[in-house]
Design a protein around this ligand. Structure first.
Ligand code: CTP
Ligand code: MG
Length: 260
């Protein structure tokens, strides 16, 4: 296997709030570099590319360029809006002699090495492999979220803390049958020619890469068991969880000379 790895890292971290989630500290290393580390030392990887935010590309290169170069990883500008545009840009720089291409969210720094090994082993034999978890919870479809004002206390309103009495609610439309439903993770690994063919289609609208292979219609996508530790960092509450999974402390918990 001659593996190229694409790390989509061009998102805006909107659900994370003000900060860029990929810069968060995980045991003294930025989250993005933790994700790269998962693959950089593996024998299979012969090429790596990070697709970075196009509007702040120079800052990104200034911040991470040297560290990435040390790991043998290059960077290109990603897409402004859609993840598929990001992957497409990265695909353009992958050398022709790569036999397989993995796509792994830059925002997944906790992927267990054994999960990566498992997906790669399956991809030796199968054209498209994605890790996924069976859904354990009961699923319901709900309507628009609305705010119910719980407070009829005029004093609270005058003092400006009326917001704390606002309840956000939605109404249940239906309970969804969860039979056969899975929650998909990354890395998703493909035979290089299959992924290139998928990205040569006219309609690239998608939220993951496997769905473009599904759209080809002639290549099966295989699912292998995912791992609950393989979380995608989405909101600030995921950071302590990631630190716990990785067994590292936050900056405040480390000696002063080890904080940066
Ligand atoms: N991503 C990307 N290009 C985009 C959108 C997303 O490369 N146009 C990347 C993100 O950087 C992330 C991964 O795809 O590593 C998964 O996306 P998500 O978790 O949704 O990250 P963001 O899009 O940054 O977050 P949000 O949706 O909250 O803005
Ligand atoms: Mg997003």
């Amino acid at each position: 296997m001659r593996l190229a790895v694409i790390f989509p890292a061009a998102g805006k971290s909107e659900r994370f709030g003000e900060r860029d989630k990929l810069s968060e500290d995980l045991g003294g290393r930025p989250l993005l570099m933790r994700t790269i580390d998962l693959f950089a030392k593996r024998d299979e990887m012969i090429f790596g590319v990070v697709a970075a935010p196009p509007d702040t590309f120079d800052q990104f290169k200034f911040r991470y360029g040297d560290g990435l170069a040390l790991q043998g990883v290059t960077c290109v500008p990603g897409g402004r809006v859609d993840r598929w545009e990001t992957v497409k840009n990265a695909l353009d720089v992958i050398p022709d002699d790569c036999t397989h291409i993995a796509v792994h969210d830059a925002a997944r720094p906790c992927t267990p090495p054994e999960l990566i090994s498992h997906v790669l082993r399956a991809a030796e034999h199968l054209p498209a492999v994605v890790p996924a978890m069976r859904i354990a919870s009961t699923l319901k479809r709900v309507g628009e979220e609305t705010e119910v004002d719980e407070s009829d206390d005029p004093i609270a309103a005058i003092l400006g803390d009326a917001d704390t009495h606002k309840l956000k609610t939605s109404t249940v439309i239906e309970t969804v049958d969860r039979t056969g439903l899975v929650e998909v993770q990354t890395p998703q690994v493909f035979h290089a020619d299959v992924l290139r063919r998928a990205y040569a289609q006219d309609d690239l609208s998608s939220t993951d890469d496997a769905s473009l292979i599904e759209r080809l219609g002639d290549v099966p996508v295989h699912v292998v068991p995912g791992d609950p530790r393989n979380i995608k960092i989405t909101t600030p509450a995921d950071i302590p969880l990631a630190r716990a999974i990785l067994g590292v402390r936050g900056p405040q918990g480390r000696a002063i000379h080890k904080r940066f």
